[in-house]
Design a protein around this ligand. Structure first.
Ligand code: C2E
Ligand code: MG
Ligand code: MG
Ligand code: MG
Length: 287
């Protein structure tokens, strides 16, 4: 009986593995044509200053509208893109699209709106990040100060020596740099003082649990203090409620990003939001 059960379980496990492998092959094949088929687009999520309450920038986030599967989240297709090498042409499309958009906003006379782009592991292994970025700025005519790159700790730790050189080149050119999902990677804090980054981005898991777990609030406070002592800017992501926002103001966080202010939205919507002057209510006492 047990043996029988075991064999069945194994057979169904095998079937599941086959199905998953199959799906992956299909996903990869579909992803190969996604950009040229116009299935990729970017949405933009505002970043808001906690000093004056206004929108100061946005993060470009990739979306894939698959013809039959519907919206495939980046957590599902970015890994496929990385393993297949498709991350290179896709990232090229993302950076070009984001830079053109930011340039269009600047040309349209919008208040300075920096755009942040996520950088992934596969890109670092396959291309010269600094050269690629600077070439793209030249091609699109975007001012370097209006571009920010978001890198994760594990990505930076991969090859710290060459990363310092690369980031220094970008910083020298005026590009802004931030460390995404800060606090979730393998932090060797001593590297921070040598990295020419501008901003630490507190991971949303800490922010989400801040109200219910004192430890998470402690971590949030510690990251804010660490950033400020290193003269870095600090932003909290995943800010979903007024309470989150309130606590972050109390702890002197510089900026927030999250559903509380706005979900990621299409470019024309973001432009309308900026033009409308929508901002955080700063009259709220923070005492
Ligand atoms: P990330 O860079 O940390 O981006 C933040 C994620 O949190 C986004 O998910 C965003 O939609 C979501 N988010 C924002 N505010 C809130 C909130 O208040 N609550 C909650 N629960 N979530 C919030 P998304 O768009 O699904 O992207 C997931 C990850 O995929 C990103 O994490 C990033 O690592 C990666 N990714 C997205 N676009 C790109 C891209 O163009 N290139 C690369 N290489 N990676 C990308
Ligand atoms: Mg990011
Ligand atoms: Mg993040
Ligand atoms: Mg993330």
């Amino acid at each position: 009986q047990a043996k029988h059960l075991g064999r069945n379980t194994y057979a169904s496990f095998n079937a599941t593995m086959n199905r998953m492998a199959q799906q992956r092959v299909t996903l990869e094949a579909d992803l190969r044509n996604a950009a040229s088929a116009g299935q990729l687009h970017l949405v933009y999520q505002p970043k808001v200053s906690l000093h004056h309450g206004h929108i100061i920038g946005c993060e470009a986030l990739l979306r894939w509208q698959h013809p039959t599967l519907g919206m495939v989240p980046p957590s599902q297709f970015i890994p496929v893109a990385e393993e297949s090498g498709l991350i290179i042409p896709i990232s090229d499309w993302v950076l070009r699209t984001a830079c053109r958009q930011a340039k269009a906003w600047a040309d349209a006379g919008l208040p300075p709106l920096a755009v942040s782009v996520n950088i992934s592991m596969g890109q670092l292994l396959h291309q010269n990040l600094a050269q690629w970025t600077l070439d793209m700025l030249e091609e699109t005519g975007l001012a370097s100060e209006l571009l920010e790159l978001e890198l994760t700790e594990s990505l930076i730790a991969q090859d710290i020596e060459s990363m310092i050189v690369t980031l220094a080149q970008l910083k020298q050119a005026g590009v802004k740099l931030s460390i995404d999902d800060f606090g979730t990677g393998y932090s060797n804090l001593s590297y921070l003082k040598n990295l020419p980054v501008d901003t630490l981005k507190i991971d949303q898991s800490f922010v989400r649990n801040m109200l219910t777990h004192a430890e998470d609030e402690t971590i949030v406070r510690a990251v804010i203090a660490l950033a400020h002592n290193l003269r870095l800017n600090v932003i909290a992501e995943g800010v979903e409620t007024r309470e989150h926002c309130h606590i972050l103001r109390q702890h002197h966080c510089d900026e927030i990003q999250g559903y509380f202010f706005s979900r990621p939205i299409a470019a024309p919507e973001l432009e309308a939001l900026v033009r409308s002057g929508k901002h955080l209510d700063m009259s709220d006492p923070i005492g």
